[in-house]
Ligand binder design. Structure first.
Ligand code: NAD
Length: 499
């Protein structure tokens, strides 16, 4: 594992952005301070240094933003036709295509993902925008037969659901916000976004850029601040119709409770502990890097990370040797270091949590095969963790049951495919999962047997909005992508028309 640190020059736009004294809320097309005047500080995870101050929104700011979103929902935006909303989404794609480097520099400094990784996410962002642009002109109801006497025509109409509260986690806000923004603009809804306090900056910057690109005032608003204050105020707000939440299962439970005040519709994308099953006949040249990056990408801070790597017993030794060799090729470094494949974890508390799981794993009897420590030398001030591998893990251990959300991979041996399926299913989560086998029958048996929202075969982590991605069990409900995603931003009206 090599560590280097070389910051390429920041773009002029990114420098201007970071030179602001305080980053205000974005409400009704304007930057406004929090009504309390309170601010929070965001830290650069690569250096541990404070990066910027931003507004700490509370109940009054959420009320202000929801009012702006409601006004916009009822205003001229409601008469934009589908082609106009589609053209807006296409224009946004064009603008973001040109502004992407500025945005990834902001994201890299704020949440720590390396620019090399973020650059690779541009294609998925463009696909997402193209998908939602296509959805804007695909909304349709049905004409239905009926058994009513007389000349009654019956049909369903689809209409935008109203004001959306979008609560966003810190592990990739630049891209993940577009699952909400895309659907909001395609459907004719409006939104108040509440990004995580650890990484809100790319969400604020995007809101400004969208406004410049022609999104009307009040359609997309951003209230930064803590989950306890701003997040809870949004989840419990009487005039928010629907919450799109991505985050931990624990917070998901609170959102459900808060939503009861006005029976909000919910989309919950929660945590995971996915199983990546490597069968004895797998092509290890592909399975080893695939399984490794299924965990270590984004320093393990991905909800569908395949952190339980189930390996069939005859190949455990060979798989492990090859994995440890692959680990030596992973460069960990500053998020602005173009050669770094992995960056830091988000914060000191997150680093402490991940390190505590190293102790937990050792105490439970697992064998630490590599990593396990905070990184030193020129990376010592950032929240850098050595990518770590545990061998000899059993599914009863806490490191196999709990979401660590850091660069820690566990190897669990299994004898036959039925046992692998049983281990994969012995989890309260059901988000992702994979099987690596050159035998299609074996692969399909695993796909059918594992109780999870998304399965990959001989690959890991592809997400395409045309295909979708969803969770089950404690990983939540509601699709990201496909027409099903759009449908949850609409409601259905049944119409009985007596002629
Ligand atoms: P988190 O639940 O702590 O926070 C998520 C968001 O909820 C943040 O904006 C936070 O401020 C807000 N929040 C916190 N408390 C709240 C409350 N009481 N009311 C309303 N909002 C509140 O999660 P995190 O630590 O930011 O993100 C990591 C978690 O997210 C992991 O569990 C990960 O698996 C999950 N995740 C899931 C997906 C998915 O698609 N399933 C994607 C990314 C992350």
């Amino acid at each position: 594992m090599t560590t280097i640190q070389q910051s390429p020059a920041l773009s002029e736009q990114a420098q201007n952005f970071w030179s602001r004294e305080v980053h205000h809320l974005f409400i009704d097309g304007q930057m406004v301070p929090a009504q309390s005047g309170k601010t929070l500080t965001t830290t650069n995870p690569s250096t541990g240094e404070p990066l910027a101050r931003f507004a700490s929104g509370g109940q009054a700011d959420v009320d202000h933003a929801v009012l702006a979103a409601r006004k916009a929902f009822n205003g001229p935006w409601s008469s934009w036709n589908p082609y106009e909303r589609q053209a807006l989404l296409m224009r946004i794609a064009d603008v973001l295509d040109h502004r992407f480097e500025e945005l990834i520099q902001i994201e890299a400094m704020d949440m720590g993902a390396p620019v090399s990784r973020l650059r690779n996410t541009k294609a998925s962002l463009m696909k997402m925008l193209a998908f939602f642009a296509s959805q804007a002109t695909s909304i349709s109801g049905e004409t239905l037969m009926n058994g009513i006497p007389g000349n009654v025509t019956t049909m369903t109409l689809k209409a935008p659901v109203g004001v959306i509260g979008g609560i966003i986690p810190w592990n990739g806000p630049l891209n993940s916000q577009f699952w909400i923004i895309g659907a909001v603009l395609a459907s004719g809804c409006t939104a108040v976004l509440k990004p995580a306090s650890e990484a809100s900056m790319s969400v604020l910057r995007v809101a400004e850029i969208l406004h410049e690109a022609g999104v009307p005032a009040g359609v997309i608003n951003v209230v930064t601040g803590s989950g306890r204050e701003a997040g809870n105020a949004l989840a419990a707000h009487h005039d928010v119709d629907r919450i799109a939440f991505t985050g931990s299962t624990e917070t998901g439970r609170r959102i459900i409770e808060a939503s009861t005040v006005n029976i909000k519709k919910l989309q919950l994308e929660l945590g995971g502990k996915s199983a990546d099953i490597i069968c004895a006949d797998a092509d290890l040249a592909k399975a080893v890097p695939g399984a490794a990056m299924g965990v270590f990408a984004n320093s393990g801070q991905i909800c569908f990370a395949g952190t339980r790597v189930l390996v069939q017993r005859p190949i455990v030794e060979e798989f492990t040797d090859r994995l440890l060799a692959f680990m030596k090729t992973l460069r960990v470094g500053h998020s602005l270091d173009s050669a770094a494949a992995l960056g830091p974890v988000i914060s000191q508390p997150q680093l402490d949590t991940v390190l505590s799981y190293i102790d937990i794993g050792r105490n439970e009897g697992a064998e630490l095969l590599c990593g396990g420590k905070r990184m030193g030398n020129e990376l010592r001030n950032g929240y850098f963790m050595e990518p770590s591998v545990f061998g000899g893990v059993t599914n009863e251990m806490r490191i196999a049951r709990e979401e660590i959300f850091g660069p820690v991979l566990s190897i669990l041996p299994f004898d036959d495919v039925d046992e692998a399926i049983a281990i994969a299913n012995d989890s309260e989560y059901g988000l992702g999962g994979a099987v690596w086998s050159q035998n299609l029958s074996t692969a399909l048996r695993v796909v059918q047997g594992v109780h999870t929202g998304t399965m990959w075969v001989n690959c890991y982590g592809y997400i395409d909005p045309l295909v979708g991605f969803s969770g089950t069990k404690l990983s939540g409900y509601g699709s990201k992508g496909t027409a099903a995603h759009m449908d949850t931003y609409l409601y259905t009206k049944s119409v009985y028309l007596q002629l």
